[in-house]
Design a protein around this ligand. Sequence first.
Ligand code: AMP
Length: 465
Amino acid sequence: MCGIAGVFGHPNASEYAFLQIYSLQHRGQESVGISSSDGKKIHTVKKPGRVLEAIRQEDLDRLPGNMAVAHVRYSTSGDSGVRNAQPIVGETSIGEVAVVHNGNITNYLELRRELEKEGIDFKHTSDTELFIALLKTGRELVPDWVDLDERDEEVLPKVFYALSRLEGAFSFLMLTKDRLIAGRDPYGFRPLLVGIREGTLLFASESCAFDVVEGSILREVKPGEVLVVDEEGMRSYFPFEERKKAMCVFEFVYFARPDSFIFGEWAYSVRKEFGRQLAREDDVEADVVVPVPDSGVVPAIGYAEERNMPFEMGIIRNHYVGRSFIEPTQELRNLRVLMKLSPNRAVIEGKRLVVIDDSLVRGTTSKRIVSMLRRAGAKEIHLRIASPPVVGPCYYGIDTPSREELIANRMSLDEIRDFVGVDSIKYLSLEGLRSCLPSWEDFCDACFSNSYPTKVEKIAVFRRR
Ligand code: AMP
């Protein structure tokens, strides 16, 4: 998963982009990058690590201009490390371009092979490089139904051609020397919004990146929409054939920050509703509802409210450690669980707990949390998961492990209960999850239903590990 942000029309664009991408840090912690344009040239800084530690004032001083794009990376494909950090910058048929992208392009290998045969060079192993490589071909496409503004005649046919070749998930921002182009794939897998602050246009994966610069939400970029912004304003196009929408439900389950607005909803409200629905499907007898912080907190509030039970912080989080899942190796992930979470004996001792988490993927995190709660004197532990069993790997940008590593594919419910070490376990039902969404047909829930919106047999998965 990744986070992207963009700014158009502010003299300190790179500083705004920096603040915005900082508020999207939860979407990726491996690397950060910012590109700006001063109208003549694109300037770029890319660093490994987190935003605040990686980017210095002197970096921002090297990023002049009134437009900028930024990225935080959590690699789901290609190598991690700064070589694949974004923005990816290259000289193309529309001049120098910097691209940031969230999602996974599923025909990467196929397209790369084709373009390499034509003699186009690849410098990275990230699917995002395809934007640059396709723009290098100089090929053009203007779909019949698109009425092109004459100001866009030079650049957009080449962009439309490039986009028409991509399959899978892509929300992107593209900086040329004098314009910013934003777009979402026709399924709308990943979120992308437009915000505004006085005369400045803002773009971001989640609306929390507008609050940080005192901006407000203008609207979402629609699935299949491409927006072009230049000194003369913003123009909208729909260059893709229409597809059934497939917005990612896991953004609501886990990924998005609870204070964000995405896919036409507040993440907080949907996530809380998952907890309420889980409660409606449950009748376990217990003393107190305890969330696994932070991701279990919002559904636990909904659960406790619905069942009229006390809600207590029985697990305390050390805020100086990052998200555990986001570290690339399993060993580091394991260690980090206990560095991050501690038992609060004042709540736990002698009590029957309903422990709420947002999702169960491999099951290793919960196992450690449960043994920690037992050591702290919990009398009973009833694990409640505010989403259905994860049974399908994600090909669209969420880093779920392979089918075989998913605990729900390896074990029955009773076996999972024994493996994690709890007295009982219950997941939110798939129907229950769907009932919490405004129109569930517009969402991709393949990780829970195995029902994929695109053909998956063709997808050659390439992963870091
Ligand atoms: P585990 O069951 O040990 O694999 O860990 C699951 C926990 O990690 C969940 O409760 C989430 O809070 C978090 N999580 C689940 N999926 C992801 C993901 N794709 N990326 C980052 N964190 C995740």
